[in-house]
Write a protein that binds this ligand. Sequence first.
Ligand code: G3I
Ligand code: 9MR
Length: 580
Amino acid sequence: MKNILVYVLLLTQCACKAPEVDTDLPVHESIRLNQLGFYPDQQKLAVVLDSENATDFVIWDMDKKDIVFEGELTKDITKTISGRNSRIADFSQFSQTGNYIFILTGVGKSHPFQIHSDINHDLGKASIKAFYYQRAGMELEEAHAGTWARPLGHPDDQVMIHPSATSPGRNTNTLITSPKGWYDAGDYNKYIVNSGITVGTLLSLFEDHPDYFKKLDLNIPESGDQVPDLLDEIRWNLDWMITMQDPADGGVYHKLTTAKFEGMVEPHLAVSQRYVVAKSTTATLDFAAVMAQASRVYKAYFPEESVTFLKAAEKAWNWAKKNPDALYKQNELNQTFDPDVVTGAYGDNNTSDEWIWAASELFVTTHNLSYWEELEEADQTYKLPSWNQVAWLGYYTLLRHQENISLLPKEWMSTLEINLLSAARAQLEGIGNTAFRTPMETSPKNFIWGSNAVAANQGILLLYAYRQTKEQIFLSGALHNLDYILGRNATGFSYITGFGSKSPLHPHHRLAESRPDLPPLPGFIVGGPNPSQQDGCNYPSSFADESYTDETCSYASNEIAINWNAPFAYLTNSLEAIHK
Ligand code: G3I
Ligand code: 9MR
């Protein structure tokens, strides 16, 4: 079709020439911005790569069919990790609600975006609804799942005790029931360690913004009951977790899994024998932390279960005290027991952070000083949370509740505050030297398996710093990482399924891959760039922030996982709650 040239006369007092705007220019790969959009008052940046001859840009209102803002790119050039030239277009001054595109004069246009006072509302809801889609042991009905309705899979009512997991009353081949829970990721197994950080992050999201969640309707089967939907959703996984505790001694099985990964089939057709495997110290402590937190959070809604959760937490803690060195070492187990188990290991040889997390949650819930004793000498330096580093889940909790606990020594608590703030400041340092102007890009070391969760967890840290200081710069930093996740990055992808114009279509996700007739399930954050490329797929680039491929084969860059969706849900929903 012939290009339509739109000439716009600006109603300004100057006699300047009206800019010429070609709205039919193609979307240009060199323009990178948040493909969803912005809050009216937030900093609004687009990054322009290469395009040496371009200098001017406009913001085009798609409804009014009019130019609403004109600007120039910065002259300074920053290099991307792969050496491309980057310049910045800043249109923060423009704050009118509406639907827009960014046009780089003479070059091309951006994907469309919006400016809106609740720009992340639907995204936040979808990030939690994603957990509903991951539910095991339940039929998903059309009323809640729409086109993604599916039959019940994995009832887990005949789970076998693996030889590595026997105990009095539970010999090898004993069958137990261990239903419900969320599938971990692209695979169908259920792992306590990863469930732990996921549930901890989501319960903290509730504790930090209870009023926001009391009103949020997720259209899940429990919607409309007296319990906030977020807590109903989390309950599905808690109910599974509690079955993973060995009643004989309080230890917690490391995982519930098939021996090998299932094929790319729908859940109800993936029927290989499932096992509970070896009890471990890390799983047991993560379980203790989650149950202690749940006991607190659910007290007002489910008083009986609240008591059960706390008893389970204490039993788990006592088991860990007696078994501090029960590390999960999959290769060693496979030399001793059959069948070999080769699914996700979540192996972790350092338990010091798990002790901190469990002790913190138990202390805040019970005020029992014996848990404080565990913390007194503990390492207080800041460590970004991940499945194998959970210390700060505990410390965030202590900070959140410090006013209610007079037993916490002031000086020790202020060390936590200082360490949190200096870690947050360190993340902001150097943003100006990064091509995409995000905390995420300040170090290539951030690009690990699941790097998008690093971006989200950095965002959480910045939001805690904002909460502590009310300094806008921290809020802004968190928003920069959300911009990163939604498109202002080195690949030009919005890394969330179903959100943004260029988003993953082929995630490594059995629920999605087994239904190629449907669009991928929405609201999932994919792992993201990972230069280690452990899956051996074909990647378009080997540079850290470009090591991403939207192919089902790529479990090292394009899988989805609950422990990545949780911080993403924290980030988006907190931002919405803060902007309300
Ligand atoms: O600990 C080392 C660190 O010292 C080193 O600097 C760094 C360099 O890359 O590697 C670190 O180890 C990595 C480890 O994660 C901890 O971050 C390994 O290389 C990396 O291979 C390992 O990846 C994990 C992956 O499973 C393979 O085990 C991911 O974190 C983890 O998210 C992922 O989880 C899988 C489950 O096993 C199965 N279900 C799907 C899920 C998501 O992909
Ligand atoms: O699908 C599995 C994914 O969930 C895991 O993260 C990944 C790494 O453990 O492994 C995937 O399964 C692959 C297996 O490791 C090797 N054979 C191909 C499997 C499917 O791609």
